[in-house]
Each structure stands twice: as structure tokens, then as C-alpha cells.
Design a protein around this ligand. Sequence first.
Ligand code: LR7
Ligand code: MN
Length: 616
Amino acid sequence: MKHVQIKDMKKEKKSINCQILRELNDELLAFRKKRYLDYKTSESKRTGPGEKGKAVILEGEEKALGEKLYKKEAFNIIASDKISLQRSVPDVRDPGCKNIKYPKELPTASVIIIFHNEAWSPLLRTAHSVVNRSPPEYLYEVILLDDFSDRPELGDKLREYVAKTWPDGVVKIVRTKERSGLIRARLAGAKAATGDVIIFLDSHCEASEMWLEPLLARIKEDRRVVLCPSIDNIDKMSLSYGGTGSSSVGGFWWSLHFSWRPIPSHEQNRRKSSVDPIRLEPLLARIKEDRRNVLCPIVDAVMDDTLEYSKNGGYQVGGFTWSMHYTWRDVPEQDRTSRQYTDPVRSPTMAGGLFAADRKYFFELGSYDPGMDVWGGENLEISFRTWMCGGKLEFIPCSRVGHIFRSSHPYTFPGNKDTHGINSMRLAEVWMDEYKRLFYMHRKDLLGQDYGDISGRKELRENLKCKSFRWFLENVYPEKFIPDENVYAWGMVRNPATNLCLDTLQKDEKITFNMGLFSCQNGASANEVFSISIDNELRREEGCLAHHSGKDVPLENCNGAKSHKWVHDKEKGTIKHKESGKCLDIAGVKSGGTVVVNPCNGQDSQIWTFEHYLNL
Ligand code: LR7
Ligand code: MN
């Protein structure tokens, strides 16, 4: 009896504590809700420089000062300082986003803003934008994670500002004890966080209308997704906030830099077919809604031999032929429920700075590689790992956050190390299997450098039973060009008579330029690695040699065009442009010049050998 009584008392005490806590929370929540609503109701009436995301154009002395400080800050700090820390930004979402209803019950979020010596106004504008545009019932906390800054104003002044501005404690400051670099800084932030979901932001962002709900709703639906908001552009000179559309996903270069690319057609098709293109409500409900409907259920197939039941996607509707036979046809565009611009888009990779994940899942998945320093590489590492270890990476078009894209890093790299290079080595060694060869092909300079201990990360990959990098390429990023697979030949493309090779001459292959020629570097330079693919493209990673008119041979973005097709005759040594029948030629071209096409003539200047031939 006694025993029971004690137990009951304990129970009671516990419930009293909870009660107090709950009341406190109710009060706290009421305070936060009022603040949130006050901002919301005043937002449209705000006036001043930069409001509604408008550009700030400086003149005279201010303009000159902005330009002078640009060198140090890599963005226009004078323009930024003129704008209210609580400015309004435009709602650049697709109109379809406004019709989406999110569940009322959503997980809570800890927003982690990491910074090292960030300028005052962008840092605090980031924090304000998050507090002002996140419903308090979902925003558990904002963590300002200071990675050992030494700008004086980021010390006591920041502490006082935060305490005064957010007396309810929604914004917290956590500081690292030494310069940790952005990867370990994010790890420290994630460890300090206690919300259900963690969301990382760079320290020069602005969250826009309804940015939070779509992220939380999707994670509620599936906790094994890692989500990126759509990243809008805050102009580094005028600070104008501009929507960038949401038609891109992430890719990568074999040098392990991040790239943007258009949503591939296989992903567009997946999204179209996953959106219940025709209305599938149960028949009775639909007839109740409108009695003048004749309804057909979707007809699944039962196999006549095995009696296996197989599901029909329901992506077709009926038609007829003039011979009066029934036919199936794809659901025409106008009859699809249009969620094309609002549904999540799967992406092979993320840019790195802005993403959300279930907090526990983030750690289950191996959080980050703590051996990575300062900047770079962690974005592709978490991308590959997410996909290979059973998760998904998605871009959420209806969640939009602006980011100032700066022209350089306004902070030091201790020891002047190439942290992107070394971090990428760690990533390649742990995650890329045999494909790491393609990274080193582009970064020969790194071979033999010390990248530290990676045994812990290898163990993680083992424990999580992650799939191979080949699986990732085949299933997640099938359009990624692999220079030495599915090609007839690859490597240096040499003209033996002169020992000159095709060479990009260091030009950026995202921009069209006429194909160059240089003395062969014997494998020392990825600028000379070309392939002739089984699709008859003579190409580099993303650029294809083309010919349209005159003698020019531009390197253009590969798109399967007829003008991009070439045939190499290994015996004769010619490389012939299929459409025009002309031959790749260096007649009259010197090292450093550009190659041409001419009518085929069997001369030495039209003879080429590839470094490697594959037996297909
Ligand atoms: O030592 C450091 N400690 C830090 O806390 C160095 C940096 N940082 C902070 C810094 O203050 C900033 O808030 O880390 C954040 C990112 O640094 P940036 O803004 O200099 O990086 P970035 O925007 O140029 O680079 C992109 O790639 C990086 C690779 O390591 C990171 O993943 C960045 O977060 C990432 N930014 C984005 O993805 C924003 C969208 C841009 C695109 C494309
Ligand atoms: Mn950034």
C-alpha cells in the first residue's frame, strides 16, 4: 500500500511540473504568436529602402564607399546596412503553392545559422526573417552558431542585441571554442539543437513567406528525406531579392564542384505520373458531388497465367480510332492535376548551405565528416551519402529562401590550405569507389597528399550498408557523363604530325567557345581529356564539339543535336563531322589557336589518335 502511495505522489509531482511547464509554454507561445502576428499585419505597410526586396541603388560617396568595402566583404555592406533588419521580401512562389494545405500538426524546427565573421546586417536579417516568417508553434529555436568570430560587434554587442530583441529566448547563441570551419560548426549546431527537425542556413539569407511549412510537412510524411528550399538570389550589390524559379537541380563536376542543371526529363516524368493525374476519388463520393458524371475505376491487370495482380498506374485515358476501335492514350496536359511547379523535385546533389532534415535521421545517416576543414566538399558528401544509404534528397519548390551569392570568401583559410581539395579527397576515398579515378584525373595535383584518417567514415558506410557509387550514378544521376564508359575512345586527342592535342585552353566549358589546340600534356591536364561516345558525341564533361557554318568548331553544351555528331575512323585517323561530312583539321593552326573543319583530304593535319581505345 505504502509503496503505491509513494508512486502516486511521484506521479502527481511530475504532472504538476508538467502543468507549470505547459502554462509557461502557453504564455511563451502566446507572446511569440503575438509578435508573429504583429509583424505579419504590418509587413505590407512597411516603407523604406529595400522593402519588398527592392534594390538599393547608392549614389555619390555612399556608392564609392560600398565599392571600396566590396573588396573586403565580397558584397555591398553599405547597401545592406541601409535596409531594415526586418525588411519585407516578395512572395515569389508559384501561385500553385498558395493552394496547398499543410497539416496543422507539424514537427518543430531548430534553425541553425552558422557564421564566421559575418557582417552584422546580413546576419541579423537572417535571424529576423526566420523569426518573423515562421509560425511560433513550429519554430522551436534559432541557434546562432558563432564559429569563433573575432569581429568585435559579434561579441557582447550581439549577445545584448539578441537578449533585448528576443527576450523570450527563441534565438540562442552558441560559440565554438576554436575556429572549426563550417562543417564542424554545423555539427556543433546540430548537437545543441533539440527540435524535431534541424534546418541549416548560411548567415546571409532571408526566409520568405511560408518557407517553413512545406519542409516540415514533407519530413512528417517521410522522415528519410533531406530537403532543400529553393534558393532565391539576393543581389550582392543592390541586395534586391529575386526569385530564381525552381527548374534546376544539383549535379557535380568530376572535379567535385557543385553545379546547377535543368530538371532531367526522367524526373519530370516521374513527377507527372506520381501526382494522381486524374481524379481518383471513390466513385460514390464523386457522383454525390456531381450526378451527371459517368465514372470508370482504374482497371488493374490480373495476369491470365499466374493470376498475379498488377497495379495499373492510371496514367492513361481513353480515345478512339476512326475505324471505331477503342485506344488508350496518355493523360493530356490540361487534364493533369497541375502540381508540376509545386511537387518535390529529386536532386542528385545539393548546394550545401540550406537544408532541412529530421534531427535524429541526420545523425543516423552519419551527420557530417568531422575530419573536413573550413569550406567545401561536405555538400557532395552528404548528397552522395543520403542517396547511397537509403534516403532521398529533394528540392521543395514552395519553400523559398534568399541567399547572397558573394564573389569570394570574406574570411581566412587557416594555413592557406586547399580545404575543398582535401575535403573532396576524403569524400572520393570513402564514397566514390572506382570512380574516384575521375576526380583524380581532374585533380592530379592532389595525388599523394595527406587527407587524414577516414576509417571512421568507412566504418559508417559499412554499418549503414550503403549502396555503391555505381548504383548512385545509374539510378540517381543516369545522365552524368562518364568519360571512360560507353565511349569508343577517350583521353588525349592528338595530331601525331605536330604533337598538338585538343585542349580547352582553360576556358569554362559552360560557356561556348571555339575548340582550342595545345601541345600535348601527356595526361597532366584534364583540359585535354575528350571522349568519343557511343552516341557519336566528341565531348568533354558537359561540352560537345559542334559545327554549324564556316570553319568554326565551337564547344557547346551537349544536347544530342545533329550538329554534335562525329565519326572517328581509327584506321584512317579522321574525325568526320557527320552532318557536313567535313573533317576536323589543324591546317594553318598553331599551339594556342583553335581547330577548324575542312573538306576531307587525307592530309596529316586531319589525322588524329585517341589515347585509349575501348573494345566495344
Ligand atoms: O570557417 C568557416 N566557418 C563558418 O561558420 C567558414 C564559413 N562559415 C560559415 C559562413 O559564415 C557561412 O554562413 O559557413 C557558411 C557558408 O559559407 P559561405 O557563405 O562562404 O559559403 P558559400 O555560400 O560560398 O558556399 C556554399 O558551399 C559551401 C561548401 O562548403 C557551403 O555548403 C555553403 O553553405 C554553401 N552555400 C549554399 O549552399 C548557399 C547557396 C549557394 C549556392 C549554390
Ligand atoms: Mn553563403
